[in-house]
Design a protein around this ligand. Structure first.
Ligand code: URA
Length: 290
């Protein structure tokens, strides 16, 4: 391969989110292992019959899994156990600091093994405005804070355009506390394990308005089944105990980086958010004479 081909392949992989080396030696995962040399005689025939078609691929896949996962002293809990543990541990947290510690101690979600940090939240929880994204990316995984990469910088500019900021009034978290490999969508099982923590997070932060960024957050938090393009701009109700909190669906800033023409739609959603915040006295009226 020419140097420039190798470089462009690397750039492509990086853009796709494959930015971590998993081992010292390169592995060609497309190459099937050498089949066993055929054995002569009855033993050979018996072994050939016992081995199902394609079994060499199964054994290659299980070797891959063995290599990817560091040995753990106790077997990981099954999904049901893990969700139960997540529910109990989240429910026992009586402050945001408790909840952060509980999440850091939780071992039920496989994503944690591939992540560098547990990404909890950033911003001002007392401001009454909570934004929820999908999952940490590479920059967030390194920094241990949500939305610090390019999408986060765009989010900061979007917030600033209506007078919001992490420093003064806005609190930001994600559905998932750990980065999924290659930035893939979290699976329903992974989401189900993180959801008890997120729901408790919302209760403890006690926001007066919630904003969900993108389809994945909308799917996990309010069970949205249709596309985000159809539902963005929609206000819904989110129940926290006895109270109902207004919740807005909007586009994810990473999507807006890929589709800048849709920024105008996000701008409309931001105007709607600003109007709601003003009506709740969470934001100073922009038409007020100073
Ligand atoms: N995208 C998200 O959904 N969350 C982050 O923290 C960063 C990028």
């Amino acid at each position: 391969m020419q140097d420039k081909d190798a470089l462009s392949t690397l750039t492509w992989l990086l853009d796709a989110g494959a930015d971590e080396a998993m081992g010292e030696e390169p592995v060609n995962r497309l190459k099937a292992p050498m089949p066993h040399p055929p054995l002569e005689g009855p033993e050979g025939r018996a072994r050939a019959q016992a081995r199902p078609v394609g079994s060499q691929f199964v054994s290659a896949a299980s070797k891959f899994r063995e290599r990817e996962q560091p040995p753990s002293p106790t077997p990981p809990p099954s999904d049901n156990d893990a969700i139960g543990t997540a529910q109990r541990s989240a429910a026992a947290a009586s402050s945001l600091a408790d909840l952060k510690a509980a999440l850091e101690a939780f071992e039920g979600c496989g994503l944690k093994r591939g992540a560098t940090t547990t990404v909890f939240a950033d911003g001002t929880p007392t401001g009454g405005i909570m934004f929820i994204g999908e999952a940490p990316g590479r920059d967030e995984d390194r920094a241990g804070k949500p939305f610090v990469g390019r999408a986060g910088q765009l989010l900061d500019r979007m917030l600033a355009s209506i007078g919001l900021s992490r420093q003064t009034n806005t609190y930001i978290t994600n559905v998932m506390a750990w980065r999924p490999p290659d930035n893939r969508d979290p699976t329903p099982e992974e989401g189900a394990m993180c959801l008890p923590f997120l729901r408790r997070h919302i209760e403890l932060a006690d926001p007066k308005v919630i904003v969900l960024l993108g389809a994945v957050a909308a799917r996990h938090v309010v069970g949205l089944s249709e596309g985000i393009m159809r539902s963005r701009g929609r206000w819904m109700d989110y129940r926290i105990g006895e109270q109902t909190v207004p919740l807005l669906l909007t586009l994810h800033p990473a999507y807006l980086l890929r589709q800048p023409a849709h920024k105008k739609l996000a701008w409309r959603d931001l105007q709607s958010l600003a109007a709601r915040l003003e009506s709740l006295n969470l934001l100073e009226r922009r038409d007020a004479v100073s």
